[in-house]
Design a protein around this ligand. Structure first.
Ligand code: ADP
Ligand code: ZN
Length: 646
């Protein structure tokens, strides 16, 4: 049986997406793979189809390692709906339930077993795997959320480090590691930590074309947020990310007071409350979850219409992962962030105050800078985001391996990996509504030449504060100590405020025309790219809203066209009625099965059915999302709901 026929029969989809087919063929034939694919790209099928194929070929069970304990129940439920034998083992099971699963495992009744990493590496579990292995009944290891193995990722789980035991103990069993995090450093770390040197790497495009990126200057974040949700996403499901528990509580309260269906979620809440809120978010329509980053990893709710950040995340990986939770279903969705200078200060302080070693802090500072550059960009956000992951917008990366050379934040030339200058996506704030910019070229030249002169004169480099003091003509102790008042640029920037100069500075750092050396007290250093700016060959354009000289008004226009609200918008009146009836039916079934509605059928599937007005089971055959098992289970009911014959 081919993999394509498994896809059609079991999952009801007619074609593989992107590199799915190549990955599945490779793994199914016994190869190791590292899969980098954005959220919503379809990673699950990359191990589920090989698991089914290998099971049918007599190779036994596939073990899926996942940190997402809270979601295993739904994942297994979704497989059951598709008629696949699956089970999970984690701390939520009673001893008796776990023993039952183990028994089924021994009897070879399970195709996919989901397990938490700490469970997989226990002697008891390994002994079971040993026995399966001896009988040739260990088909595959899938390591989901593989970035958890890396401390450079944003969800480091020390237990993941122990997973090398799988390779060492069961060398012949193929492994597939999957993640949606793809910066070069994390990727290299995954390969090393999981000993995947010989695995084939499959790198997809990370673009999420249906997500619209917007970053606004923070004034009153809560009010701005409320306006955004009410204006563009009334009644729709979304996630609002905050840095602190307190802010989560405050904002959830404010939104609830304004009549929104908002719930808080953070690690300080009781586990039972957290679980209840998560369940409601997954099962009900139109809930806004206000959360810390404790919420969301692996949330596979497909119809999240927006992800908002009222505080800046730590780095682009985090931002991309979090915003990626919007619009998994491929329909229009928003990624909205309010960003202010205070965010920069807070994040810097958190790095400074962390007990981590200098090397680690240096990496963190570099990553933060890259995010700042994104926030302040006046050009296409998407081009920059993808550039950060080593991808040139509009060009497909090779499926065979990572992009060559020093891409990513540690490539040694931050800011240079955005080669598609001038490219536009047409679906981010800067493309839709180009920001007003002011010409900071002169200020930039003065700044760079000051950096140059102090180094010439004193033989050492200085940090941003001192350079700005010199430009503003301030008589500080340090200025006196080093005699910097005699420099020709002393006081040359007095007309500009400190904020403007910092804006120039950040922009220079962002574009790589100036480097911060974290190993030498964050001193500023000229780079190759400085020269062109110094000579005035490269204009430095600054976002007016962030760094406008005092007195100039900033433009605040958020009149970008609104995304069409629902998947059913294109349906005629009768089909709309069928769609609503199907949704109501689905909600009931989901409640009965204690599963999220989308596990039964996606909105898109219901919309397709509604448009079709099916009369017979034959009509339903071939609708995307209806596999053999669901057709048998629900076909008759669906026809009835649609008013057809049974
Ligand atoms: P990821 O884990 O990469 O975030 P998922 O595996 O959850 O993504 O897949 C995202 C959505 O896309 C799911 O709803 C899934 O059913 C759907 N999907 C995946 N592959 C296909 C395909 N080949 N055809 C149609 N839908 C697909
Ligand atoms: Zn754009």
């Amino acid at each position: 049986m081919t993999h394509l026929s498994i896809l059609r029969e079991v999952f009801g989809y007619d074609a593989f997406r992107g590199p799915q087919q190549a990955i599945i063929d490779h793994v199914s034939a016994g190869g190791d793979a590292l899969v980098l694919m954005p959220t919503g790209g379809g990673k699950s099928l990359c191990y589920q189809v090989p698991a089914i194929a290998r099971q049918r070929a007599g190779h036994g069970v596939s073990v899926v390692v996942s940190p997402l304990i809270a979601l295993m129940h739904d994942q297994v439920g979704a497989l059951h709906e598709a008629g696949v034998e699956a089970a999970f083992l984690n701390s939520t099971l009673s001893g008796e339930e776990a023993a039952q699963v183990e028994q089924r495992l021994r009897r070879g009744e399970i195709t996919l077993l989901y397990a938490a990493p700490e469970r997989v590496t226990t002697p008891r579990f390994l002994a079971q795997l040993d026995s399966l292995h001896e009988r040739g009944q260990l088909a595959l290891f899938a390591i989901d959320e593989a970035h958890c193995v890396s401390q450079w990722g944003h969800d480091f789980r020390p237990e993941y480090r122990q997973l090398t035991v799988l390779h060492e103990r069961y060398a012949g069993v193929p492994r597939i590691a999957l993640t949606a995090t793809a910066d070069a450093l994390t990727r290299a770390d995954i390969v090393e930590r999981l000993q995947l040197e010989d695995a084939q790497q499959f790198v997809s495009s990370f673009d999420r074309p249906n997500i619209r990126y917007t970053i606004v200057e923070k004034k009153d974040a809560t009010t701005q947020l409320l306006r955004f949700i009410e204006g563009e996403h009334a009644g729709e499901a979304g996630v609002v990310y905050c840095q602190s528990r307190r802010k989560v509580e405050d904002i959830a309260q404010t939104l609830a007071d304004a009549g929104l269906n908002a719930l808080p979620y953070h690690a300080g809440l009781h586990a039972a409350v957290r679980q209840r809120h998560q369940d409601r978010f997954l099962r009900e329509d139109g809930i806004v979850m206000v959360a810390t980053i404790a919420f969301g990893m692996g949330i596979d709710k497909p119809d999240v219409r927006f992800v908002a950040h009222v505080d800046m995340p730590k780095n682009i990986e985090g931002y991309y992962q979090e915003t990626g939770r919007a619009g998994r279903d491929g329909l229009p969705a928003d990624a909205w962030m309010a960003y202010g200078l205070q965010d920069v200060v807070n994040q810097r302080r958190m790095i400074d105050e962390s007990p981590a070693g200098e090397d680690f802090k240096q990496v963190m500072v570099g990553k933060l800078d890259a995010l700042l550059a994104l926030a302040e960009a006046t050009d296409c956000r998407r081009v920059r985001l993808l550039g950060y992951f080593g991808e040139v917008y509009g060009s497909q990366p090779s499926a065979a391996g990572p992009p060559q050379g020093g891409h990513g934040p540690l490539g040694g030339q931050r800011g240079h990996e955005v080669p598609s200058v001038g490219a536009t996506c047409g679906n981010c704030d800067n493309c839709l509504n180009p920001p007003e910019v002011w010409d900071g070229t002169e200020a930039a030249r003065k700044l760079l030449s000051t950096v140059y002169r102090v180094q010439q004169q004193s033989g050492i480099s200085f940090g941003a504060g001192h350079i700005i003091d010199i430009l503003r003509g301030k008589q500080t102790d340090k200025v006196a100590q080093f005699g910097h008042a005699s420099l020709s640029t002393f006081g040359l920037g007095a007309a500009l405020g400190e904020a403007q100069l910092r804006g120039v500075l950040r922009q220079l750092i962002a574009t790589g025309a100036l480097a911060v050396n974290p190993q030498a007290f964050n001193t500023l250093q000229l780079t190759e790219a400085s020269r062109a700016v110094l000579r005035g060959e490269v204009p430095v354009m600054l976002r007016e809203s962030v760094s406008a000289p005092a007195g100039r008004r900033t433009r605040r226009d958020r009149s970008a066209p609104k995304a069409p609200a629902a998947v059913a918008a294109a349906l005629g009146a009768e089909a709309q009625a069928r769609f609503e009836a199907l949704r109501a039916w689905r909600a009931e079934v989901a409640r009965e099965h204690n599963l999220p509605a989308y596990v039964i059928f996606h909105d898109a599937t219901l919309a397709a059915i509604a448009a079709l007005a099916p009369q017979t089971l034959d009509d339903l055959q071939g609708v995307s999302g209806i596999g053999a098992s669901k057709l048998e289970k629900y076909g008759a009911q669906v026809l009835q709901v649609c008013g057809g014959e049974v």
